[in-house]
Design a protein around this ligand. Structure first.
Ligand SMILES: *Cc1c(COP(=O)(O)O)cnc(C)c1O
Length: 446
């Protein structure tokens, strides 16, 4: 296959006629509950481009929700996965094991923070990894309570729905949810009543007070947090919050779990986002960026905690599928070779610079209430001019205007008012700037 030209090209309406036709078939055959941000059907994708069935080329600022950090057809991923496909597709690691699984676990031990002995278990999806982190923490502590945070997102299975903060669309009508899940405040700097500079200390004190008084620290198996909250709006907990919570967990024998499913694997300019504040989690959950688009997830952590679950207690038919493991080894190889942490940091510099310029100079720039995020996980929070009132209408309209011009962007946030940018880390700087030009022009359409 020839490489996809790395240029934006809009040759039809978006979606074009072939996509419209496929969308009609899709509506008749696919359950309505499975949505799509933009019903443009993909023909191929790679680098920073998604090419659709009508020949349009979209600049990709979504990476399939922070998955294809190495691109959607990275050479090393394709090469290794293809070779593995020809050898065998599946044996089930629980029946007869294979080297790729072990090698991924070795890589995870090396790449995750901390120099203690580590072990991993592999699964298929992020939600499954989170569920297994809870199983492992409960087995280790012999306690039941699980503490999660405001604006947190952990998945769509029953337990992880219960752990997720936002009702619509994730939870509405799907209860009852699993018991023993407790939600406490997070240091959302932009919206903290006494200001971002106080958020870290005050929110951690509040969270710890609630855990102590309402749950009882001695009942808590795990505290689970995203070091940069993803679906909740790319919220970086204010400085000091994560270390305070991690310290509290340590003092009380609670397993501290970093859910790095969205923020991990170079996305924020570090292998893992928790490294920025020197946090060493007991367990880390990973998925999304781990395998260049193939379905794989992992729980990695302290060997003595990981080994608490009895033999046969963890696993699954497909967990750590050999093709997905080969993809992960290809993705990790690419991340190292192309220094994708460095690339993510450069993307942050370019994006934050351009977005700050837009905020300062555009006539309606003041609706950009906050510019935040790290590495190639950057967002703007949109508000009504002169207030902090959420402006989800502007986020929706900007996304729509970008889509029409061939730039794939996503929204998120508890209030639906955050426009988020997750370009593949391999995107060229010209394409990155062109995408930002389109975003800038989109403000003119409001
Ligand atoms: C996406 C996500 C999940 C769930 O992953 P799935 O693969 O969709 O099950 C869990 N936690 C975080 C932080 C995520 O971003």
């Amino acid at each position: 296959m020839t490489a996809i030209p790395q240029e934006r090209r809009v040759v039809t309406a978006i979606p074009g006629p072939k996509s419209v036709e496929l969308q009609a078939r899709r509506l008749a055959a696919v359950a309505a509950g499975v949505g799509s941000t933009l019903p443009v059907f993909t023909a191929r994708a790679g680098g920073g481009i998604i090419e659709d069935v009508d020949g349009n080329r979209l600049i990709d600022f979504g990476s399939g929700i922070a998955v294809t950090s190495v691109g959607a057809s990275a050479e090393a991923v394709v090469r290794r996965a293809t070779a593995q496909l020809a050898n065998f597709t599946h044996t089930c690691f629980m029946v007869t094991p294979y080297e790729g699984y072990v090698e991924v676990c070795e890589q995870l031990a090396e790449l995750t923070p901390g120099d203690h002995a580590k072990k991993s278990a592999l699964f298929n999806s992020g939600a499954e990894a989170v569920e297994n982190a809870v199983k492992i923490a409960r087995a280790h502590t012999k306690r039941t309570a699980v503490v999660v945070f405001d604006h947190g997102y952990h998945g769509r299975t029953n337990l992880t729905m219960g752990m997720t903060a936002k009702n619509m669309p994730y939870k509405q009508g799907f209860g009852p949810f699993a018991p023993e899940v407790y939600r406490v405040p997070v240091a959302y700097g932009y919206r903290w009543p006494t200001g971002a500079e106080n958020a870290g200390a005050e929110a951690s004190a509040q969270a710890i007070d609630e855990i102590t008084k309402q749950i009882g620290a001695e009942n808590v198996a795990a505290i689970i947090i995203e070091p940069v909250l993803g679906e909740g709006g790319f919220i970086e907990p204010a400085k000091g919050f994560l270390p305070a919570i991690a310290q509290f967990a340590k003092e009380n024998g609670i397993v501290f779990v970093a859910d790095e499913i969205q923020s991990g694997f170079c996305r924020t300019g570090q292998w893992f986002a928790c490294e920025d504040e020197g946090i060493v989690p007991d367990l880390i959950t990973t998925a999304k960026g781990i395998a260049g688009g193939l379905p794989l997830s992992a729980v990695t952590g302290r060997a003595e905690i990981m080994d608490a679950a009895h033999a046969g207690g963890l696993g699954g038919t497909y967990g750590g599928n050999p093709v997905a493991c080969a993809g992960a080894l290809g993705a990790i190889e690419t991340m190292r070779e192309l220094d994708l942490n460095g690339k993510a940091k450069r993307i942050e510099e370019v994006m934050k610079g351009r977005l700050a310029e837009m905020q300062a100079k555009l006539p309606n720039g003041s609706i950009i209430g906050d510019i935040r995020g790290r590495g190639a996980m950057i967002a703007i929070e949109l508000v009504k001019a002169g207030t902090k009132d959420p402006n989800p209408e502007a986020a929706g309209a900007l996304a729509k205007a970008c889509h029409a011009e061939g730039v794939m962007v996503l929204t998120c946030g508890t209030y639906g008012n955050v426009l988020r940018f997750l370009p593949p880390l391999v995107i060229g700087e010209d394409l990155l700037n062109e995408g930002l030009d389109v975003i800038e022009q989109a403000f003119g359409t409001l």
